[in-house]
Ligand binder design. Structure first.
Ligand SMILES: C[S@@+](CC[C@H](N)C(=O)[O-])C[C@H]1O[C@@H](n2cnc3c(N)ncnc32)[C@H](O)[C@@H]1O
Length: 215
């Protein structure tokens, strides 16, 4: 599985197919990161999230991990071109769940359109690894595709997901065949859902999960 082939095209494809919709999901809970010092972004991709994150939180240090060298190159190139403060960003080429952070206890984790890349057994391992990299009272911001509970929106979402997974299977050899909600896995690692916003009739959602500080 590799997103390298897709990396040079990811930005314009997103703009054409979704406009600002995915970015609205990524940034839905951006304000919650106030006061955080260290953020881990897993599967950063082309790094569009950084373009609103870095100017908004000027003291934040960010570690961005991605299994695709092409995507990381794209993220760094775009960040430099936009004159973002990349001195606060470390780009790490590594694959989850194998990757272990050198210094864990991140205040916050962000996974945008990343957890939906995994089938159940690997998702367990990825969530466990990221939860292990998080501080006891960490926050976890998640954007992903979603399945609305009923009606035409549910049927439409199913059709969109089928197309999307077929596309990613062909282009990136993504092993996941369908969406696996990560909620129970996050709860198993002590995170509780603090807020959820849905977009485009429930096709997308942006979550803010928080692990309560232990007494
Ligand atoms: C669908 S893209 C999402 C990119 C970006 N986060 C966004 O919001 O558009 C998924 C990203 O996760 C990366 N990825 C997929 N599986 C991975 C893994 N096992 N470990 C690390 N990165 C991975 C891919 O290389 C790709 O850049």
């Amino acid at each position: 599985m590799s997103f390298d082939r897709l990396a040079p095209h990811y930005g314009w494809m997103e703009r054409v197919l979704a406009g600002r919709l995915l970015q609205r999901c990524r940034t839905a809970w951006l304000g919650q990161l106030a006061g955080c010092e260290r953020l881990l972004v897993a599967g950063v991709g082309h790094g569009r999230f950084l373009h609103e994150l870095l100017p908004r939180h000027r003291a934040l240090r960010v570690v961005c991990v991605d299994a695709s060298r092409g995507m990381l190159r794209e993220a760094e190139k775009r960040a430099r071109r936009a004159r973002l403060d990349v001195s606060r960003v470390e780009f790490v080429h590594a694959r989850l769940p194998e990757w272990r952070p050198r210094s864990p206890a991140f205040d916050a984790i962000a996974t945008h359109f990343f957890l939906d890349c995994f089938a159940p057994p690997e998702l367990d391992a990825v969530v466990a690894r990221l939860a292990g990299a998080a501080a006891p009272a960490a926050m976890w911001l998640i954007s992903d595709f979603a399945v609305p509970p009923r009606g035409w929106a549910r049927q439409r979402a199913r059709a969109v997901h089928a197309l999307m997974y077929a596309f990613f299977r062909v282009v990136t050899r993504l092993p996941a065949r369908q969406l696996t909600p990560p909620d129970a896995r996050l709860a198993a690692h002590g995170f509780a859902l603090g807020g959820r916003r849905t977009f485009n009739h429930g096709l997308l959602q942006a979550d803010c999960w928080q692990r309560p500080a232990r007494a």
